[in-house]
Design a protein around this ligand. Sequence first.
Ligand SMILES: *Cc1c(COP(=O)(O)O)cnc(C)c1O
Length: 364
Amino acid sequence: MIPVRSNHPIRIDLFSDTITRPTEAMRQAMAKAEVGDEQKGEDPSTNELVALTRELLGKEEAVFLPSGTMCNQIAYALHCRPGDAILVDESAHSLCHEETGAPALAGAMYRPIASDRGVFSVARLEAALRPEGRSSARNAVLSIEQPSNLGGGTCWTLEGITSVTKVARAHRIKTHMDGARLLNAVVSTGVSARDFCAPFDSVWLDLSKGLGAPVGAVLAGDTDFINEAWRLKQRWGGSMRQSGIVAAAGTFALRNNVDRLADDHANARLLAELLAVHPHISIDPLKVQTNIVLFDLVDFPVTAAVLVDRLLQKSGVRMGAFGPSTIRAVTHLDVDTGGVRLAAQALTELLDETYSMHVSKRSN
Ligand SMILES: *Cc1c(COP(=O)(O)O)cnc(C)c1O
């Protein structure tokens, strides 16, 4: 990911669903939140969020954490001993954007699994399972991302999850689900969060992505696991005080912002359809299952990074460059259908303009 800098006002921000800001109604809920000392278990609003999530995910216990990154890293540190391996798809956030986390904090290494848009088969998993011996790492945990972020929002099917976690259990490998956008997968597939979470020892969801809360994530598992997670939360400085102010935003989000994720998915599909007709864009709109639109520039004279920068400067539309010719656009509750249409128009016009400038330069 190449960070985009601009002095220009951003009018339509499709960089990520992390940019959502709390709505007035969410701020009201935050302002009214009852609070106490979270470290002592005395913050009623945090306790409410934890109970709600535990129920939603169908797990015995849960814990509120400052970020999804901390959820992944605490889980890895609990599932692994130093020298162990984490089996994870090659495009996973925990590998690509938290690369130093597990080696530094758990002493564990990532063992990437070749995947198709973030999803892999049993055969691929088995190919990554190297025989254990004194000189090789123990396969400690299988980590899957539901839906896959850098895989363009692709959802695992329940059958896919069942088959790979079964293999993991047969090898006594723990199972972890990075469910940063789990509820997007739930809304997209119609499978319940409980069903998706059932085969996993640890699961979490992020409140600060498409759900629209400002901060926070909830990690869930059985009671022993969460007790141990609290130990690391405390050690790593993740224990809080009057966290109910932000937890209330999470509760509000779970109560009000889940069903509307379908709107984001429809907008993402629309964006993909509007872009797919352009000769220099490669994307299959039918593969857009959630709110992430990942597309490639084809036979194009400038890189994705240059193009997204120009797009921002020229039209105030922000997208992200995720490779030399790959661009990511993410829909969320701060962008409506009109905004998506404008963004598609701005990008396709810029593509035409950039291409014809390049062609005329060549023929001069
Ligand atoms: C955003 C994200 C994370 C990290 O969550 P933060 O709350 O930003 O720390 C982890 N995994 C996936 C798939 C993500 O999209």
